[in-house]
Design a protein around this ligand. Structure first.
Ligand SMILES: CC(=O)N[C@H]1[C@@H](OP(=O)(O)OP(=O)(O)OC[C@H]2O[C@@H](n3ccc(=O)[nH]c3=O)[C@H](O)[C@@H]2O)O[C@H](CO)[C@@H](O)[C@@H]1O
Ligand SMILES: C=C(OP(=O)(O)O)C(=O)O
Length: 416
């Protein structure tokens, strides 16, 4: 199993090209199921979750050709409506085939994703929404079995804000009879990116980017071309790497306007940030200052950046409080960071971090995707060597992270 070996202490300097967003690419790939015509995508990140999604989609009969960051999809010959457990268990986002399959073919069988390291993550809101649109849904032997001759538009208020729930219901609603109103919709930029593609495919959607999406169903969608938006979480991860290790790096092919709260927090920590329409420059020469925050839905502080910011706080001047409000078990990096010399206490969903002078390298274990990224950041800032095991978690969501970091001066290598 691959590991990452990092020798810390190097300042980072140069340029990094940011990839397309994993969390936009995954639903967007599933949107290829909604039409018999071709969907051409560019800026698709090359990472494990995308490979898994393409494998699942091909198994359903979707033609998918990948050339670098371009993917061509064609859904003219879908011949299976089943997402098996073996695939869904490695990637929860597989649940995103449910809405499109049901809407276009009137039937779907999708394995329940089950819990995962960061929380129990039920999909009851996806099911509740589809039932409200007239689907008959049963759970049998760990599978969601859904049927609906034709979905009907209706008003759906989800109990909480859910990103993939909004995306599933949005895709389903594009082909439903009549008007669907999604209240309490997620406003994440990745939801808006999916909606923008759907509009290019002929969907009628109002309120994109707001918490109220109004969709007028159409009889069929057609082909389209689309460029996936920049990955704001990858961007934020590299910003934190510079905040912790020091340096001067320009992140290209990204946007600052979808990262407002995270950028404000970094400025509060003493990081110097400048930005243009498609780049962000990050400079850090001093020890960071401790910053407190709580995770919330967009446009608040993203839970997917909590661990990376915690790595910065660990070696900051002062004490900080980090409150996780989205997932019940998203502090698994804490024990590993403490092994690297950090001083973090957990009280319920609050981590109390007393800044220490430095991390000291040690072997550590990655437990989930962003926890892995936070350990890379800690390793870059640490004195000595850090060996990170189980980086298959990292590979799920980052496009050649160690290659990008090496190019800006980090000592980081993949070892067997
Ligand atoms: C592929 C993708 O885009 N993943 C992102 C998506 O995950 P995902 O879409 O799975 O996360 P949700 O927004 O659905 O989850 C938010 C909260 O709602 C709960 N919930 C959700 C649905 C449901 O039917 N019932 C329920 O109780 C979840 O357990 C969680 O506590 O948004 C998360 C929150 O920003 C991010 O961390 C993930 O990176
Ligand atoms: C939690 C994440 O992803 P997923 O929803 O795919 O598990 C993430 O991207 O940090």
């Amino acid at each position: 199993m691959d590991k990452l070996l990092i020798t810390g202490g190097n300042r980072l300097s140069g340029e990094i090209l940011i990839s397309g967003a994993k969390n936009a690419a995954l639903p967007i790939l599933c949107a290829g199921l909604l039409t018999a015509e071709s969907v051409q995508l560019s800026n698709v990140p090359q990472l494990q979750d995308v490979a898994t999604m393409l494998k699942l989609l091909r198994q359903l009969g979707l033609r998918a050709e990948q050339e670098g960051n371009r993917v061509m999809l064609n859904g003219a010959a879908i011949d299976s409506l089943e997402a098996p457990y073996e695939m869904v268990k490695t990637m929860r986002a597989s649940i995103l085939v449910l809405g499109p399959l049901l809407a276009r073919f009137g039937e779907a069988k999708v394995s329940l994703p089950g819990g995962c390291a960061i929380g129990s993550r039920p999909v009851d809101q996806h099911i509740k929404g589809l039932q409200a649109m007239g689907a008959e849904i049963s759970i049998e032997a760990g599978y969601i079995l859904a049927r609906a001759k034709k979905l009907r538009g209706t008003r759906i208020v989800t109990d909480m804000i859910t990103v993939t729930g909004t995306e599933n219901l949005l895709m389903a609603a594009t082909l439903a009879d009549g008007e669907t109103v999604l209240e309490n919709a997620a406003r994440e930029p990745e939801v808006a990116d999916l909606a923008n593609l759907l509009v290019k495919m002929g969907a009628k959607i109002d309120g994109i980017g707001t918490d109220r999406l109004v969709i007028q169903g159409v009889a069929a969608l057609h082909g389209a071309e689309h460029t996936v938006i920049a990955d704001r979480i990858e961007t934020g991860t590299f910003l934190c790497a510079v905040a912790a290790a020091g340096g001067d790096v320009i992140l290209k092919n990204t946007r600052s306007d979808i990262l407002d709260v995270a950028l404000d927090k970094l400025r509060e920590a003493g990081v110097i940030l400048t930005a243009g329409p498609d780049w962000i420059r990050v400079q850090m020469a001093a020890r960071p200052k401790a910053i407190s925050f709580r995770t919330t839905e967009y446009p608040g502080f993203p839970t997917d950046m909590q661990a990376q910011f915690m790595a910065v706080n660990c070696i900051a001047d002062g004490t900080s409080h980090v409150t996780e409000t989205i997932f019940e078990n998203r502090f698994m990096h804490v024990q590993e960071m403490n092994r690297l010399g950090a001083a973090i206490d957990i009280e319920g969903n609050i981590a109390i971090i007393k800044g220490v002078d430095k991390f000291v390298g040690a072997p550590v274990m990655a437990t989930d995707l962003r926890a892995s990224a936070s350990l890379v950041i800690a390793g870059l800032a640490a004195q000595g060597q850090t060996l990170i095991e189980r980086i298959y978690h990292l590979d799920r969501g980052y496009d050649r992270m160690e290659v990008k970091l090496s190019a800006v001066g980090a000592q980081i290598e993949r070892v067997k």
